[in-house]
Ligand binder design. Sequence first.
Ligand SMILES: Cc1cc2nc3c(=O)[nH]c(=O)nc-3n(C[C@H](O)[C@H](O)[C@H](O)COP(=O)(O)OP(=O)(O)OC[C@H]3O[C@@H](n4cnc5c(N)ncnc54)[C@H](O)[C@@H]3O)c2cc1C
Length: 467
Amino acid sequence: MSAIASGTELDGSAVDELATAFGGALIRPDGATFDEERRIWNASIDRRPALIARCGGVADVISAVRFARKYAQTVAVRSGRHSYPGLGMCDGGMVIDLGQMTGIRVDPHARTARAQAGVLLGDLDREAQAFGLAVPTGIVTHTGLAGLTLGGGIGWLERKYGLTIDQLSSVDLVTADGEFVRASEEENADLFWGVRGGGGNFGIVTEFGFRLNPVGPTVLAGPVIWAMEDSPQVLRFYREWIKEVPDELTTIVTHRRVLPLPTVPRELHGRHVVVVGTCYAGPVEEGENVLRPLREFGAPLVDGCVPMPFTRHQASLDPSFPHGWWYYIRSCNIAELTDEVIDILVDHGQRIASGVTVFSIYHLGGAVARVGDDETAFGSRDAGHVVNVIGITTTGDGFDQEREWARGLWTALAPHHENVYVNFLMEEGENRIREAYGAAKYDRLKALKRKYDPDNFFRLNQNISPR
Ligand SMILES: Cc1cc2nc3c(=O)[nH]c(=O)nc-3n(C[C@H](O)[C@H](O)[C@H](O)COP(=O)(O)OP(=O)(O)OC[C@H]3O[C@@H](n4cnc5c(N)ncnc54)[C@H](O)[C@@H]3O)c2cc1C
């Protein structure tokens, strides 16, 4: 540690030495691209590291870890840049970035894929969909596969094929000691259990192995939109209807104001609405029957539910969550949409001020709930719904107000909170992380952390402290 000039600077000659054998790029604060390279998805977070090591391959990751152990007090690990609380970026210290490692190889006969850690969700979909296959991942294509997978991964295919981790077959990982290991059901099985939900606590994953399953490539999917005044009736209908729907169908309910997109009728722009987003991962004709009651309920303003390429559906929410806006997130899981919960949701929905703020209610169950709770580190398989409240502004203007609104809705739901999905946490402290896993699993994760990272070298994450 003697070479550290201060908490915010790294020894220049040590960095020069690292550079001699580094395949990727080492970006220092005086570099021309530094401001671009330190940027993350959530523009409300602005941090300046002392060094960003953009790794070109596994050898770079190993060198970066060994270097950071010696010279850096703080280390962040970054892949897709989408951490809500910006945990992939640090003030001072070193960022080990895997964003350039974007290789994907699909084996259509074995129905498997290998994806490097810098892959974004849309990239994996594109490669797998060329063969009518997919991994269940998240709902925005520019999200990083690495952080999403390590926390669990929920999205449009979850009820049919489970969480992202439920189709994970192996990871290649560099430990806190700079050792390269593989974890799977057969090799380092304890570590494989931990990385399926335990986040970046146990090492840096360089590559993932997945099983692939058939999807589309054409699926019946899209939004059905009603005026927000109709939300009390829509949500009451919805909660009964989803009790009967098959696992092929995943739905996400959103309350928001309509974005002024060219694809949406002009007269709806800015209007408060409730949206049931749908994706039927089975034959389109079958989906038509399953979705008919929803589409015929009340008087929808828009029925955008049509057969479309799965990749197009996956990209449909991208314009709602672009890079560079200001985001504040509060999340909780709830068991069901009781009358009381519905009243709270509708009341706060009607008070959304920002044209880009949104809250979403994911419907879990299906394949997610069929995997045994102890089989992976993921903490809340039995959740009925994940509620994700996101106060958003396009710049810093008005952000405080949206943050207060998001806190208000989350607090009003407090009597109904069950637990929380770890990837939807901000920096909320140890109790909330324990809540995400449950006490018993949290203790098991702590024991694993003592084995793989006893010094808590990887601590800029939803941290499971070894102590
Ligand atoms: C627009 C948007 C949409 C989202 N939609 C969904 C969704 O539908 N479903 C869902 O489940 N989640 C969703 N999320 C949450 C998402 O899963 C997390 O934000 C996740 O951490 C993003 O991963 P990343 O690689 O992009 O992030 P980064 O900011 O690069 O990394 C986040 C954290 O993950 C860890 N990490 C990253 N890379 C590695 C690695 N290679 N090895 C070890 N640890 C690593 C580190 O602890 C890091 O701090 C969404 C987030 C955003 C911003």
